[in-house]
Design a protein around this ligand. Structure first.
Ligand SMILES: [Zn+2]
Ligand SMILES: [Zn+2]
Length: 281
């Protein structure tokens, strides 16, 4: 392949990856404002080929049949492929996920680290941060519990999507640098084995290019997710675009570079403090 052809293939591979939104919300979620038809119309305007409606649920949610029916009805009105997803938190160290028992009609379950999955149930991140700071809980132990719970959650649901992986770490005073490579590898390998999709998340700006690269190497499907809570931000991927470009070969070819640091020297956009989400359900 000539250089020019390679550059063309690069651009089209990246464009294809960005022509979807694996993580977005509609007014079915308490904290989102746009009704489903507006979200679908926005996806059409953005030229997206696939979106995953991923509204928040808990085990006690009773509105799933109506939700599934509305997404099914919307499928008849659009050329955009609509996946019916739900987003729910990992409850505890065993990897139990806070979803209703009956998930009929749900294509994908977005597994989210909204709280710390403790031995006896979900724990508030600020409480865990304080325990780590006080030396009551080791950082390594906390990271291991989080990763093992996430692996178990992947195994426990049909159609897993890893939502904003590692968004919890800054909230408990840690970073991705606190996650040893063998644990990242275990997550990536589990994700590959159970056909999980990795949500590269615009709103939370995670995971990093290095983690995305590790998942790509394991053969995991990686997808752009806006985590949009209003129609205007559906399919808008400035940070994700930069991250995927850095995670893969530079320029993007769809193939992987060898081991080592990411090759692009382009800085990533800084997080926007004003756009940080509040703690999820
Ligand atoms: Zn979330
Ligand atoms: Zn979300």
């Amino acid at each position: 392949m000539s250089g020019a052809d390679g550059a063309g293939a690069s651009a089209s591979a990246l464009a294809s990856l960005l022509a979807q939104d694996i993580h977005l919300h509609t007014s079915f979620s308490d904290d989102a404002v746009s009704p489903l038809p507006e979200v679908v119309a926005a996806a059409e305007c953005r030229g997206l080929r696939r979106i995953c409606i991923s509204d928040h649920v808990r085990a006690a949610t009773t509105s799933l049949p109506r939700y599934v029916a509305e997404v099914q009805a919307a499928r008849l009105t659009t050329g955009v492929e609509l996946l019916t997803g739900v987003e729910a938190k990992i409850l505890d160290a065993s990897g139990a996920v806070d979803v209703p028992a009956d998930l009929t009609g749900i294509d994908r379950v977005l597994i989210a680290d909204h709280q710390f999955p403790g031995e006896s149930g979900p724990a508030r991140p600020d409480v865990i941060a304080a325990r780590i700071a006080a030396g009551e809980l080791g950082a390594a132990e906390a990271v291991e519990t989080l990763v093992e719970a996430t692996c178990a959650a992947i195994r426990s649901v049909h159609g897993p999507v890893l939502a904003h992986l590692f968004s919890l770490l800054p909230k408990i005073g840690l970073t991705e640098a606190d996650v040893p490579e063998p644990l990242v590898a275990a997550l990536a390998d589990t994700a590959a084995r159970f056909d999980a999709i990795l949500d590269v998340n615009e709103k939370w700006r995670c995971p990093s290019p290095a983690v995305v690269r590790r998942f790509l190497a394991a053969g995991v499907e990686v997808a752009a997710g806006s985590d949009s809570h209003r129609a205007q931000t559906v399919g808008r991927f400035a940070w994700v675009s930069a991250t995927l470009t850095r995670a893969a070969a530079d320029p993007w070819t769809g193939s992987l570079p060898g081991p080592g640091a990411v090759s692009s020297s382009q800085p990533l956009p800084a997080p926007l403090a004003a756009d940080r989400p509040t703690a999820g359900a």
